[in-house]
Structures are given as structure tokens and as C-alpha cells.
Design a protein around this ligand. Structure first.
Ligand code: PAF
Length: 282
């Protein structure tokens, strides 16, 4: 596995790669878990045996809003490197922040429609940070495709829109969420949870399933579906709802009535840890 830590070396590598050798990028912030391993597996499937699977690990300061968990975000560099080797990654790109951002950087990538809802509403500037760093990774590594998890559904939709609108010739591949046996979606932030909070974290999936169950019983009022989910979440003594919403899965705009392509999306604090999940309802 080749490890690259500077932007110049990333450029040199990307632009000396034979064009017929596909490169599939898995952008991450590290603290790799089974969800990331699935992204790497899908990347390998698309790259083929002789193609390149590239993983980037960069805890991107620009996507953390003030007062959030940037400082304490886990950075287990050695374990991450081990996982990359064990999963057959060909290239690990792990730059320092000084390699990615000039102190006086004044250009960012702003998506202005899909970012206004859901996490974008509660985390101002978050998706500007995501779009900016993903655009930089695309420019530095010039992949043929990039793989993103559907757990971060809004991020995936925004990256697709950015790729389209800025004419990146890169295929964006979405990968279904990987879950623990009890339904909790894998997330690097799960490791913040203590035992008691970890038990309550299963409420996110249970809340979404409660909404789905009611929908399957014929209920179409978004208000009622959301209320059913909120009732499940209320059972947790450390849960605080950021949002529970029913939205159109393409525009991410709220729906009042269930219709095809609806997405149930939720963000919930368990103690001090904010977790997200989603479920396609129809
Ligand atoms: O999903 C993530 O881990 C990050 O938001 C990403 C896409 C790597 C950008 O920093």
C-alpha cells in the first residue's frame, strides 16, 4: 500500500497513473469501522482486481462548526492504516491540514439548495466544508469514481449535485448503511457513547421503523408518522431530538403527506453525541 501525505505527491501520483487503470476513491475522516470496510469493498468491486482503491483520511476542520467535536474526533492512525492494508487498499492519502488549506484560503464550494434542510439547518457551514474538501480531494486524486455511505444521505445527495454542477467527470456511488445486529448504524461517533447511551442509540432505528410501520398500515400524514417516531425516541432518558423529518429524497424538502420516494430522516443527541439515520419509506 502506498501512503501519500502531501498534495504535491497526490497530484504526481494521480497524473502518472495509467488512464486505463481505474481509481476509486473512498473519502473518510478515519476512525474506520465496518461501514467504511463496506465502502472499500464496493470500491474494489468497481475498481476490479487491477484497479486502484484509494482511501483518504482527513479530519476536515472546515466541516466542524464552532464548539463541535473537531478536537476530540478520534484519530487512530495506526489502526486505520492496518485496516486499509487488511482490506487491500492500494493508496492511502492522509494529508496534514496545512497541506489541504492555505491559511488565507478564500474560495469555498457552496451548495445552496439541498444544504438548507436537515443537518444543514442545524449545522451551518457544515456542507460548505464537506463540498470544499471533497472538491479538493477530487482535484488532487482525480478518481474515476468515489464511494459514499447512504447513512449520510444528505451528504451523498449534495456531493452528487456538486459533481453534476461543477462538471467533475467522476461517478458517485452510494452504498447502503451497514448496521450492528441491533440496528444501530455504524458511525465513528458511536465510540463516544457510554454503555447506557449505547443502549439508547438503538432508538434511532426503532423510531424510523415505527414510522415505517405506521406508513405500511396506511397512514400518510407526515405529522403522524413523525409523531410516532418521536414517541419512540422519548423513551430514552438521554435523548434530545435535533430533527425528525419526512422529506422528498431528491429535493430534501419536507413533505406533509407521504408519497413515493419519501425519506424519513432523523438526527438525535444521545447525551452529548449527535447521531443521524434515515430510512426510505416508499
Ligand atoms: O463522511 C465523511 O467522512 C466526511 O464528511 C467526508 C466525506 C470524508 C468529507 O470530509
Amino acid at each position: 500500500m502506498k501512503i501519500i501525505e502531501t498534495g504535491a505527491a497526490a497530484h504526481a501520483h494521480a497524473f502518472s497513473r495509467p488512464r486505463q487503470r481505474p481509481s476509486i476513491l473512498v473519502p473518510t475522516m478515519g476512525a474506520l469501522h465496518r461501514g467504511h470496510e463496506e465502502l472499500i469493498r464496493v470500491a474494489r468491486h468497481h475498481a476490479g482486481e487491477n484497479g486502484e482503491v484509494a482511501v483518504s483520511i482527513f479530519v476536515n476542520p472546515l466541516q466542524f462548526e464552532p464548539g463541535s467535536d473537531f478536537e476530540k474526533y478520534p484519530r487512530p492512525a495506526l489502526e486505520d492504516e492496518k485496516i486499509c492494508r487488511a482490506t487491500g487498499v492500494n493508496l492511502l492519502f492522509r494529508p496534514l491540514a496545512s497541506e489541504m488549506y492555505h491559511g488565507d484560503q478564500s474560495v469555498c464550494v457552496d451548495e445552496t439548495a439541498l444544504s438548507s434542510a436537515l443537518c444543514g439547518a442545524s449545522r451551518p457551514g457544515h456542507f460548505r466544508g464537506v463540498c470544499t474538501v471533497v472538491a479538493k480531494l477530487f482535484n488532487l486524486l482525480a478518481p474515476d469514481a468515489a464511494v459514499f455511505g447512504e447513512k449520510d444521505y444528505q451528504q451523498l445527495a449534495i456531493v452528487r449535485r456538486m459533481t453534476r454542477d461543477l462538471n467533475f467527470k467522476i461517478e458517485i456511488i452510494g452504498v447502503p448503511t451497514v448496521r450492528e445486529a441491533d440496528g444501530l448504524a455504524f458511525s465513528s461517533r458511536n465510540q463516544y457513547l457510554n454503555t447506557d447511551e449505547r443502549a439508547q442509540a438503538t432508538l434511532l432505528r426503532r423510531a424510523a421503523l415505527a414510522g415505517q410501520q405506521l406508513a405500511e398500515a396506511g397512514e400518510t400524514s407526515a405529522e403522524k408518522l413523525i409523531a410516532a417516531a418521536k414517541q419512540v425516541l422519548a423513551a430514552g432518558k438521554s435523548t434530545r431530538i435535533d430533527y425528525v423529518n419526512l422529506v422528498d429524497s431528491e429535493t430534501l424538502q419536507p413533505l406533509t403527506v407521504l408519497r413515493p420516494n419519501a425519506l424519513f430522516a432523523l438526527a438525535v443527541f444521545i447525551g452529548r453525541t449527535r447521531l443521524i439515520d434515515n430510512l426510505r419509506l416508499a
